[in-house]
Design a protein. Sequence first.
Lengths: 600, 403
Amino acid sequence: MDQQDIRNFCIIAHIDHGKSTLADRMLQITGTISERGMMAQVLDTMDLEREKGVTIKASAVRMNYRAGDGKVYELNLIDTPGHVDFAYEVSRALQACEGAILVVDASQGVEAQTLANLYLAMGNDLEIIPVVNKIDLVSAQPDAVAEEIDEILGVPAADVLRISAKDGANVPALLEAVVARVPPPRGQRHQPLRALIFDSHYDAYKGVIAYVRVVDGSIETGQALRLMSIELRIEPIEIGIFSPNMTPTGRLEAGEVGYVATGLKTVSDCRVGDTVTWDGNPADRPLPGYTPMKPMVFASAYPSEAGDYIALREALARLQLNDASLTYQPESSQALGYGFRCGFLGLFHMEIIQERLEREYDLDLVFTAPSVEYEVTKTDGSEIVIDSPVELPEETAIREIREPWVRIDVFTPTEFIGPVMDLVTNRRGQFKAQEYLDQRRVLLSYDIPLVEILTDFYNELKARTRGYASLDYHFNEYRPADMVRLDVLLNKEPVDALSMIVHRDQIHIKGQKLVSKLKDVIPRQQFDVPIQAAVGSKIVSRANVKAVRKDVLAKCYGGDITRKRKLLEKQKAGKKRMKMIGSVQIPQEAFMTILKLDEE
Amino acid sequence: MHPPVALYIHVPFCAARCPYCDFNTCAGLEALFEPYAAALVAEIRRAGAALNRPSARTIFIGGGTPTALPPALLARVLAACRGAFEVATDAEITGEANPGTVDQARFAALREMEVNRLSMGVQSFDDGELRWLGRIHTAEEAVTAFAAARAAGFDNINLDFIFGLPNQDPATWDRTLAQAIDLGPEHLSLYSLTVEDGTPLADQVRRGFIPKPDDDLAADLYLAACETLAAAGYVQYEISNWARGISESANQRISESQIRNSQSAIRNQCRHNLVYWRRELYLGFGAGAHSFAGERRWWNVRSVPAYIQRIGGGKSPEAGRETIERRLAMGETLMLGLRLVTEGVPDARFEARFGVGLDAAFGPQIRRLVAQGLLERLPDRVRLTPTARLLGNRVFAEFLPGE
Ligand SMILES: Nc1nc2c(ncn2[C@@H]2O[C@H](COP(=O)(O)OP(=O)(O)OP(=O)(O)O)[C@@H](O)[C@H]2O)c(=O)[nH]1
Ligand code: SF4
Ligand SMILES: [Mg+2]
């Protein structure tokens, strides 16, 4: 197809503002999906996405659209996630597009990721088409929201399209606007191939599937290709498009979006951000690619059964293909054996990875509590960076520890300024700026230690603002902090995986909370289990899990042995998710209790 | 020749529903008594004919409350058993009875149809506890019912009790036990109160209206009962079951060895329930009843009307079945057999059934449990240690799949 007739665009917004639902309508109007194949948020194909009602992965789909001018256009749409932890997905999608639809919920207005994603899109020089969505809602305030858009984007409120992704109102007009306003791609069709890998996944039969945006040249079946960064020759086994399922076409041309089934079995060879070119007549220079994201949160993953280590390694490698923001490194723990230290973009990201590993790869895992990265200057003058409590040197060997601080932007209705301020200052936050969007809404900026917003900050924020506030954050700088390691001893044995780094002022409070939470989650064993929290050799708090006295089913009734047995099997399956440490069984939850220390 | 079987007959009717009970039973279905009994008769006849009238060693009429059913109907059902099966002359025929639905005439009628063992759900001798449990009878009525049963000629009586009610006073439990011992039944079953999903009790606990029963308290009460009953000459032969040793001297202290050797304690065990624990054949009739034969287990539809309809329409009442493969069968043998706290699982029986020794099949599990002090490895059998009687699940689970 002539590049003039191609439009590549993505849909961006704050979480839940209706991106995936809008994609549904477009797929329907263009007849890409039959009425029978239609379901809500059809592009959210992962079980997890459907269960949580949240987009996790960006997904690309090609549509053929007959526009008002009578011509058929090829539209390549990328639906993106709205959650702050998946901003990396958005930024990659943007590089495959010339335009972006910015969706704003008519009842919620502009929120934190509306702005964050808008700035990302502007940074990529994309044509931005703002729309107010959900105008069908009784609580919709399309005019006010259009004003807000005017405020942030300078588009006259009257020019902002008002749509309902749910009932389809004005979505045809939006498609027309895409055709009219998103510039066509301007690739060099006669130059050597340059295609950007913006995503990938692993297929058991076809190997690594690279999702590509062809910038220059073209790809055709039978042609040998090359991954530029590692100069690896590949012979693709299939070329095609997403519509939305993978559909072979045998050809992709400059300006188009599609996939290349590389046949590669070595997952690490194919990196997101790499450029694909012709092997015979390679391009001179690769495309810019992506700046890798810096993980914010770290936690360890260990297989419940030591024998699953290799399976876990393989699973991480494949998952990384599909989620380039995941990082991991092998490590070992006295308590948990061999596993991996993983880096995540946030807690939600961590939760998703954990669930994907367990479901998609059928692994039973123990995850340790999340930590941030610290910079440490030792007394000998050397500098180290640690992301795990066990790596923290002896107190006497430390001259200074610095912890990461972030800048947070909180969007909230003005009446909640007080409660938000309160929450942030209670967590060592420092006020920076306040900016009124309009009379009802304000943007508050603070600097705050990252560790303070990890545990339950977001829920608290939502609770204090009746769900109205939204949050965005960016790494800011490292600042000195008086941190120490709090260790946990179970049955007198230190459990390295339960250690945490805490502020010296909080030793006693955290220690007490930690042991009492652990006491609640560690099941009673056949013997008493003392739990102690210690800093160095000093015990700061203790508790005791009393021995179990009774664990037996009373009645074997009327010969219903099957039920009895199933109950026991269930109990046993529950135990399976536990980790034996010494002679003590610890449930997976225990490692996560640290997360909930701030909850009452 | 089909090997001898045990028969279970389910009577899913009660005068009122107890809030803790999750058995398959209903109150207020009087209109279905007659058709239900007819369906039972039909199912029993069919099963007997299909197996060529095998012999039956025990019959257990359970519920629900069998005594809720008019005696004439029960008699018809038992007559059907005798017609369809070769019921041994010394067969144990047990009828469950609720102390609130019986009188001398009812007991006489049961004797008439040759029911020779009675199992009464007394639950407590404290009226406050009985009310809390939603029972329809008082302590005094239970005592009267017991006397009436004796007067009617029952010389093999079991009493059921429940312990571990939330905040139960140990002194009340002691008094209940003392009174039970005073009556001198041949058999006692003590069950700890379990909050079963879907019962009104579970609902109340979930809403926080009633505290959750406390396992530590239950453990204390259980140990107290073990001691009291042993001193009174009752021999514990299963986790929840005791048989009276020397009948004449129930109130006298007797030595452990005397009890072990006591023939009467063995005679007083419930032969029907032993069939379950030893994993032998049984056939269950009635709504929701379970059956087990060979390596197959199956169960009937739970709903009474559905059961009647299926039988009436000449269809099978079966609602589900499972085939138990060898490994699981072995595990079940331990899960069930270890409940018999003195008998345990004898090597000889296990080997005869599976052609492989206990240690060959479960060596690592047995060694682990012995090391944990939960299992005793005797030269000819394995059995629970006294501590493990309260921790049975931990032992049983080891032998089940799912590692
Ligand atoms: N009433 C109404 N509801 C809508 C409309 N568009 C979306 N919704 C609802 O809003 C919720 C979120 O919609 P999604 O399409 O999943 O939102 P999203 O922006 O893709 O969310 P993330 O991908 O998680 O960021 C769903 O319950 C939709 O049914 C609309 O136009 N009107
Ligand atoms: S009498 Fe027995 S079977 Fe009937 S409801 Fe009460 S406990 Fe359940
Ligand atoms: Mg979505």
